[in-house]
Design a protein around this ligand. Structure first.
Ligand code: AMP
Ligand code: GLY
Length: 427
């Protein structure tokens, strides 16, 4: 089987690695990754085509006659990459543009949730700043103000007072701090509780949940500082036990899949619900239409067996009878970021310490923003640079092992949170 993984971050490294190492004996597996990075090239053939070059990806997939395309990032899905691949006869794990609007438009996501009675925060959609401000005032400023369009995780402003909500509306809608993404905003009630990530494969109708996980979005320890793409993740989590998992499939995932199918936009791909576990039960904060990053890194450490036929079944539209097997161990991913991230940062620093590390099924250094320079050295090339991911008998052991490995890696300005999984480990 020849698999094309589209993307070049930590999530794609974890996928490319697992798709290769989990290969059933006797099967020949070839992994191509576009564009990949300095870590992915150890497991896959990396081809310099960017994920948003839809024609380029299509050409690569057809010329190489890939049996399965797995699309990592959301932007090309929102732009219709999966539609184009499927039209060309390439089995693809990733929703078409219409279904990908679940992530591409927060307003569309809220409409689907309302229509399918999926529990979520109360909300309204605005195109006029004054209307948005007065709605937020009615909620005493305790709101989340969200740019409607894609904003790479930076389009959500959390407010706890009228002063803050006024400022958030002005920033997004009047000053256009995120450009056109602020043309329409969703203002919704601020939810309190703990967050979990619930990710499932969806074949257009049926859903097959992956193990539950948790992400750490804030830049600094104690959930302080600005939001990032994710500074670390772990799986499993006590927030989602077997009973809660069944409830989430019933109350969130299946209704979402059914609603999209009914709208003529069946969802074939990876459906990700970002949840707030509130005192009244789980509520959906957002839907994503792809694997989480960095949640995928711990998930790929825990999943057993050969992943490719499972992803293929979802891409072909038939998950009936398919199951997934999870290692009962815990996995923790600690992200090493460039100094300054999520703000401005410098690139091009040499990374040391990875080669000395013994990597394998229970410890992997997944590359995110890395590249090989002219001299063959691995250097930093992004905000999130590496995801050091370890398995352990429990969360505590996985944490210790991940942090021990992370502290052996160096580059100028390297920074990581020291509390990934810490709160749940103490309980
Ligand atoms: P989103 O992109 O919608 O997931 O928002 C990014 C982050 O903002 C989430 O992971 C939450 O931490 C936070 N957030 C979003 N909406 C709300 C809300 N209604 N109440 C509290 N926190 C929220
Ligand atoms: N880890 C958050 C995301 O993938 O959106």
């Amino acid at each position: 089987m020849r698999v094309l993984v589209v993307g070049g971050g930590g999530r794609e490294h974890a996928l490319a690695w697992r798709l290769g190492v989990g290969c059933s004996s006797g099967d020949r597996r070839e992994i191509i990754c576009a564009p990949g990075n300095a870590g992915i090239e150890q497991h896959a053939e990396c081809v310099a085509v960017q994920p948003d070059d839809i024609d380029g990806i299509l050409r690569l997939a057809t010329e190489r006659a890939v049996d399965l395309a797995v699309v990592g990032p959301e932007a090309p899905l929102v732009e219709g990459l999966a539609d184009r691949l499927r039209e060309a006869g390439v089995p693809t794990l990733g929703p078409g543009a219409k279904a990908a609007a679940l992530e591409g438009s927060k307003a569309f996501a809220k409409e689907i949730m309302a229509w399918a009675s999926i529990p979520t925060a109360e909300y309204a959609v605005f195109e006029e700043a004054d209307d948005a401000r007065s709605f937020a005032r009615e909620m005493e400023g305790r709101v989340a103000v969200k740019a409607d369009g894609l904003a790479a995780g930076k389009g959500v402003l959390l407010c706890r007072s009228v002063e803050e909500s006024d400022a958030a509306v002005a920033s997004l809608m009047e000053q256009r701090s995120l450009g056109a993404a602020g043309t329409r905003v969703v203002v919704e009630q601020l939810l309190e509780g703990e967050e979990a990530s619930f990710i499932a494969l969806c074949d257009g109708r049926r859903v097959l949940p992956l193990a539950p996980s948790r992400d750490h979005k804030a830049a600094f320890d104690g959930d302080k500082g600005p939001n990032t793409g994710g500074m670390g993740a772990f799986s499993p989590t006590r927030l989602v036990d077997a009973e809660m998992e069944a409830r989430l499939v019933r109350e969130v995932m299946e209704p979402a899949a059914a609603a999209l199918a009914e709208q003529g936009a069946p969802f074939q791909g990876v459906l990700y619900a970002g949840l707030m576990m509130t005192p009244e039960g789980p509520k959906v904060l957002e839907f994503n239409v792809r694997f989480g990053d960095p949640e995928t890194q711990p998930l790929m450490m825990r999943v057993r067996g050969d992943l490719a036929p499972i992803l293929f079944a979802a891409a072909k539209g038939d998950l009936s009878g398919v199951t997934m097997d999870w290692d009962p161990s815990a996995a923790v991913c600690v992200v090493l970021a460039s100094g300054g991230y999520p703000g401005a940062y410098e690139k091009g620093f040499e990374i040391t310490g990875i080669d000395e590390m013994e990597q394998g099924e229970d410890l992997m250094v997944f590359h995110a923003g890395t590249r090989r320079d002219e001299d063959g050295r691995v250097v930093t090339s992004g905000g999130r640079v590496l995801g050091v991911t370890a398995l352990g008998a429990g969360l505590g052991e996985a944490r210790r092992r991940a942090y021990k490995a992370a502290s052996g890696i160096g580059f100028t300005g390297a920074r990581f949170r020291t509390d990934i999984g810490a709160r749940e480990d103490k309980e």
